[in-house]
Design a protein. Structure first.
Length: 331
């Protein structure tokens, strides 16, 4: 199966779409939309930016010259919705369209996925988390990679994932909580955000046993795979969803001004018993890790199989063409 991933490039949305695409497709192409104002403001209700229309020569909607339409297009984000609708129309309905999220406007994709905290239509496939690129295979590989912490270091391994820079007050609260964890014997692996300010890095260096030096490869997957518990800042739906795939306790730190969409996701995860708030104490609890990516992949396979069967049945029931001859048939 061939798939396009269609987003505005925001990591949370693109990673969710890629997770699903990797579960169902052999060939994946990323396409990123960037409409101008006012079309950006009007999405998902308004039309796409005329500059990107296929009749204007834009190749954003159409396949590359000489290439066929993909089997599947997976999109997310309100800005992508008009583009997904136009692809469905331009392909004559031949492309299976999947939308992850709740801001789809008037467009009716073949499949709507409503992750935790979403407000999608009643017919949507509802999942416990956002789809994720983190899976058992990648976690096993991370556990087999060189350890971030020396094996002889005592204490439970606690990974700390910070998605974006924190204001000074939030940084102080988080570091104080991490210091209490360290005093209780926890061994801390801290992955700050890329481009973190020097003040935050200096504060974290005082409590971390391992702190990512940002000129080295990103240890994101190693932190997820090698930790017995996780402290995660509630700034990103992707990071929260990735964390609960591990099955480890996920303790969430809520910074000031966290986006409303992330707050909704966090509330939904907590209500399911997947996360608990970070208080500076280890909180050991168990849960069955969700696999929303697999759920969506199964729904896509069922949809594609059903459409193929219906297409085959229509062909079978179509009246046979009469054979034209130039004269009476010979016996």
């Amino acid at each position: 199966m061939r798939a396009w991933v269609l987003t505005d490039g925001a990591p949370d949305r693109e990673e969710a779409c890629l997770g699903v695409a990797e579960a169902v497709a052999e060939r994946i192409e990323r396409r990123r939309v960037a409409p101008r104002a006012p079309w950006r403001w009007l999405a998902p209700w308004g039309p796409l930016d005329p500059r990107d229309a296929p009749e204007r020569g834009s190749r954003l909607i159409l396949p590359a010259q000489g290439a066929a339409w993909p089997d599947l297009v997976i999109g997310s984000g309100r800005i992508a919705a008009p583009y997904l609708a136009r692809i469905k129309k331009a392909s004559g309905g031949g492309v299976v369209t999947v939308f992850i999220g709740d801001r789809v406007g008037r467009f009716s994709p073949d499949l709507v996925v409503a992750p935790a905290g979403g407000r999608a239509p009643a017919h949507a496939v509802r999942t416990r988390t956002w789809p994720s690129r983190v899976n058992a295979l990648r976690l096993a590989a991370a556990r087999g990679a060189p350890p971030l912490l020396p094996p002889e270091l005592p204490g439970p391994r606690v990974g700390v994932l910070i998605d974006a820079p924190l204001v000074a007050e939030d940084a102080a609260r988080l570091v104080a909580g991490l210091r209490r964890l360290r005093e209780q014997g926890a061994a801390l692996s801290v992955r700050p955000p890329a481009g973190a300010p020097e003040a935050l890095l200096l504060a974290l260096a005082g409590v971390a046993h391992y702190l990512w030096a940002q000129d080295r490869p990103d240890p994101y997957m190693s932190v997820l795979g090698q930790s017995e518990a996780l402290v995660v800042t509630a700034q990103s739906t992707r990071m929260l969803s990735d964390a609960v795939v591990t099955g480890a306790p996920v303790l969430t730190f809520l910074p000031q001004g966290a986006p409303r969409a992330v707050r909704r996701v966090l509330e939904a995860l907590a209500a399911q018993g997947l996360t608990r708030p970070f208080t500076g104490e280890l909180d050991a609890y168990a849960y069955a890790p969700p696999d929303s990516t697999r759920e969506v992949a199964h729904a896509i396979h069922a949809l594609v199989t059903t459409r193929a069967a219906l297409r085959k049945e229509r062909v079978r029931r179509a009246p046979a063409r009469t054979r034209e001859t130039n004269g009476p048939s010979s016996r």
